[in-house]
Design a protein around this ligand. Structure first.
Ligand code: KDG
Length: 323
């Protein structure tokens, strides 16, 4: 069985039952979400044995996060329960002011996860590991998180694991483009498998997508796989110099959040378990499509059976045995 470890913040997500401006919402669904955890749970559902590193508050929201990870079978040995700082929370606003677009409002400053640091890492977390995953959100949370992410990469590399990194820029945390490059560049350079999207590349390198792509390819000096996520336009990948492209599936979008994480997780789980690049990209698109068509980041993440059912309906198309 392949083994993966993720690091990142998990928050409680308050998602209104109705679309529209938050000030008019009175009813909310409580979900649990966080980019790297979403990706890890996607991988776990597709048969990878996963563990997660983070800190949660010793509070009710921390408890629901722990039980969500555990109910998925994700190993939580490395989760710290912080008695001082609280679990982060964020609110979702759907279809306002831009129809069909989702906005988020965070209450995560000084959260427990932002206090996670290199002192919380143990060598044993990195033994027998195939893949370590982190994204640009984690080093942007705090200096201690940045240090923890860098040290984790060092320990993971030492144990022979591959490093997967998603640029995942949160400009409200990183503030400026210059700071985003300063914080993220070391991670882009160290990644073996890099995920990025059109929005992130434009933020880092400007609006000309071809120029931006060339710049990120140049920076990703260790990456043998770079996956470019283009939302409704599907995914492209550059794998050891060879280019691949896979169109997306057209589905009704209910909540865009988590679609990119599902895509990363399905790609990684498929690739680690020996699927071809084409199939890994196809399953990544399926996972993304299913996730954006429902509310919540984690609940919709498909397992192999759900992917197979989707493909049997949406084509690509012959009945295939996924395992
Ligand atoms: O990818 C979806 C995430 O962005 C969301 O669930 C919350 O992790 C999150 C973040 O920091 O934005």
């Amino acid at each position: 069985m392949k083994r993966a470890l993720g690091l990142g913040e998990i928050m409680v997500q308050m998602n209104p039952t109705e679309k529209g401006a938050l000030r008019f919402q009175t009813l909310f669904e409580r979900h649990v979400a966080g980019s790297e955890a979403n990706t890890i749970i996607q991988m776990q559902r597709m048969g990878v044995e996963c563990s997660f590193l983070t800190a949660v508050g010793a509070d009710e929201f921390g408890k629901v996060i722990l039980s969500s990870l555990r109910s998925e079978g994700v190993n939580t040995y490395g989760v710290v329960e912080d008695r001082i700082n609280p679990t982060g929370v964020y609110f979702v606003q759907r279809s306002y002011p831009v129809p069909d677009k989702t906005m988020v409002f965070y209450y995560r400053k000084d959260s427990a996860a932002a206090h996670f640091g290199p002192e919380n890492l143990k060598d044993e977390y990195f033994v027998d590991l195939d893949l370590f995953l982190v994204s640009g959100i984690t080093p942007a949370l705090s200096d201690s998180c940045n240090q923890a992410a860098l040290k984790s990469i060092e320990l993971a590399k030492k144990s022979g694991a591959q490093i997967a990194f998603d640029t995942n820029i949160r400009i409200n945390l990183l503030k400026t483009k210059e700071n985003a490059i300063r914080v993220l560049e070391p991670f882009v350079r160290k990644a073996d498998i890099l995920f990025t999207g059109a929005g992130d590349m434009a933020m880092l390198f400007g609006n000309d997508s071809e120029v931006a792509k060339e710049k990120i390819i140049e920076m990703a000096e260790s990456a043998h796989i770079i996956v470019f996520k283009k939302g409704a336009d599907g995914v492209e990948a550059l794998v050891s110099g060879k280019r691949y492209s896979m169109p997306s599936y057209k589905v009704p979008v209910i909540d865009e959040l988590g679609g990119g994480d599902a895509c990363d997780g399905a790609f990684l789980a498929s690739y680690l378990q020996g699927k071809s690049i084409e199939d890994s990209l196809r399953y990544a698109n399926v996972a993304g499509a299913i996730t954006v068509s429902l509310k919540g980041d984690i609940e919709p993440l498909p397992d192999w059976q759900a992917i197979e059912t989707f493909l049997n309906v949406h084509g690509a198309g012959e009945k295939r045995l996924l395992r």
